[in-house]
Design a protein around this ligand. Structure first.
Ligand SMILES: [Zn+2]
Length: 386
């Protein structure tokens, strides 16, 4: 025991400096990340190919994310991401295209259709952000090419966006107008409303249904084309009338009403440009681009609930509607790439590939499916840890 003591324990020479070259530099890490992606890519693609949809596909273009890459040399400065989503917001694919032309999206759509054919059946509906019917761009749009295979629908959110874009963003009545327009397009399902009101009466609840109840138990339907167009016109005329009243009030107050700017009280919400775009959207409504098929409403029943233990069973619905699901994907994708600037196409590919895998797994997990843990790569999942 003689040799053991303070001197022997702490009297050692200090450790040598940690060699700086042991710390991987940034380009090295990026290279490893890309190499790892290339090894995983076939398995990531296989996992993606397993993603299918039963009711509808939704397609949409977005500019934002591509702007953060150095991809303009490859796809040009007008590059966009083209996203195909399935029911309940799962991603069937995200592709970078030079513009909204058909030739770029054809391969992507063909692969997605082919994977559905392999797995059984192609979903009957296709929701689009542009080119739903006989507009000028229809000959080159995704919709025109796939009209024989799908019933093509224009997403109502996009229709309202087109009108909203033409309005003065600061106008005090803009929000009200868009909300009125939404209520004119979507109506509550009669049967669902009756069942809910009966259940509420049985539970001795008074007043209108709460927001949560509406969201869970009431389906919203886009009705017959002519009826929808008529309700939209009523909203438009009501707001034109209000514009007229504001103008008269301003006139009565001695203000100039002929040469108004957007800051003036007499500035109309329904300007000439709004009227023009509104008329163009009515064509889509009348062509039935918006209307739901009453036999196949875009909803899925995800459960049954005994309402407040009254014995009244209500069905819990989830919407399968349109490209608003793609908008949700775009917003998350945008946030993911927000801090990035000028990334190369290979790194972009790698990040996008991993991001889609993670997004879909989280989505499926939330829907109650069994999926591999996020930390397990598709390659390890296929081969095991070897
Ligand atoms: Zn249309």
């Amino acid at each position: 025991m003689r040799g053991v003591g303070k001197v022997n324990v702490v009297g050692r020479n200090s450790f040598p400096q940690f060699p700086a070259h042991f710390v991987p530099c940034r380009p090295h890490l990026t290279a490893m990340f890309v190499k790892d992606y290339w090894e995983n890519k076939p398995h990531i693609m296989r996992e993606l190919r397993a993603v299918t949809s039963a009711h509808s596909l939704a397609v949409d273009h977005q500019r934002k994310v591509v702007k953060r890459t150095l991809g303009s040399g490859i796809v040009g400065s007008g590059g966009q991401t083209f996203t195909i989503c399935g029911d309940l917001g799962v991603i069937c694919g995200v592709y970078v295209v030079p513009d909204t032309g058909l030739s770029w999206t054809k391969d992507a759509m063909e692969e997605v259709v082919d994977r559905h054919k392999t797995n059984g059946r192609v979903p009957p509906y296709l929701y689009v952000d542009c080119g739903c019917c006989g507009s000028t761009s229809s000959t080159t749009s995704v919709a025109a090419s796939w009209r024989s295979m799908f019933s093509v629908k224009l997403d109502a959110m996009h229709l309202m966006l087109r009108i909203g874009r033409e309005m003065n963003a600061e106008h005090p009545r803009r929000k009200k107008f868009l909300s009125d327009l939404s209520q004119a397009i979507f109506i509550q399902h009669k049967g669902d409303l009756e069942a809910l009101m009966e259940a509420r009466a049985a539970a001795r609840l008074v007043g209108p249904p709460t927001r949560t109840e509406r969201y869970k138990f009431l389906r919203r339907v886009v009705g017959e084309p002519e009826a929808v167009a008529e309700r939209m016109m009523i909203v438009l005329n009501a707001h034109r009338e209000l514009d007229c009243q504001s103008r008269n009030q301003a006139k009565a107050a001695g203000l100039n009403v002929d040469d108004v700017t957007v800051a003036d009280i007499a500035y109309p919400l329904i300007s000439k440009r709004v009227m023009d775009v509104f008329q163009r959207q009515l064509i889509h409504v009348r062509n039935g681009c918006l209307s739901d098929d009453p036999q196949h409403l875009p909803y899925v029943c995800v459960g049954k609930l005994d309402f407040h233990s009254t014995g009244r069973i209500l069905l819990h619905y989830q919407s399968l509607r349109g490209t608003s699901k793609v908008e949700a994907v775009h917003s998350v994708l945008d946030r993911t790439f927000y801090s990035q600037r000028g990334i190369g196409s290979e790194v972009f590919d790698a990040r996008l590939g991993w991001w889609i895998t993670g997004y879909n797994r989280r989505r499926y997990r939330a829907l109650g499916f069994k999926v591999p843990p996020d930390s397990m790569s598709p390659k390890v999942f296929y081969y095991g840890f070897s």
